[in-house]
Design a protein around this ligand. Sequence first.
Ligand code: GRF
Length: 201
Amino acid sequence: MSQGPGGTERARIAILISGRGSNMVALAEAVRDGRIPNAEIAIVISDQANAAGLVKARELGLETLIIERRGRPRAEHDGEVVAALRARHIDLVCLAGYMRVLSSGFIEAYPGRILNIHPSLLPSFPGLNAQQQALDHGAESSGCTVHFVDETLDGGPIIAQRVVPLYDNDTVESLSARILVEEHRLYAEAVSAVLNELQET
Ligand code: GRF
């Protein structure tokens, strides 16, 4: 935690991205607008040097850091990420389109403090192309999930979910766009709720 104006404690959030970064922007805007109170985005880290989200983060005035895998073992790459988080006294880690499964060392460094967002109602449709999976299964609805991260792919305890209907004429693009609107709302609400819990303990 760091001291905000008036001496309030502010939770320091790190956001990890690999690509577009729209959930990162949604979280940053929620912090800015007070929908995630008593918090700040302390760092945006990308494992991809050309992630579009890095440009958006810099435009928002956020500190950015690129930590590429460069062919190293997962634990070594994660070790560098954890060192960067510790150096910045991070309280909460939000994965936002971060395309890596975390090593046990990373998860043990931040127990109960790593969140992810996934574009389906987990445990349905984990992994890649969740929206296409929902279409392929002829599901009547799908949605999005914010969950705690463990060593399984999209498998940790669920924090919050939102249902999104599927329509007959849906394409992967139309469904993804409809889910994304809800992702942006849900992630901010879930982060706010988790910080509230952490700040009370
Ligand atoms: C989102 O659909 C998120 O749920 C999934 O990857 C996508 C990332 O999009 N994990 P963005 O980079 O936040 O725009």
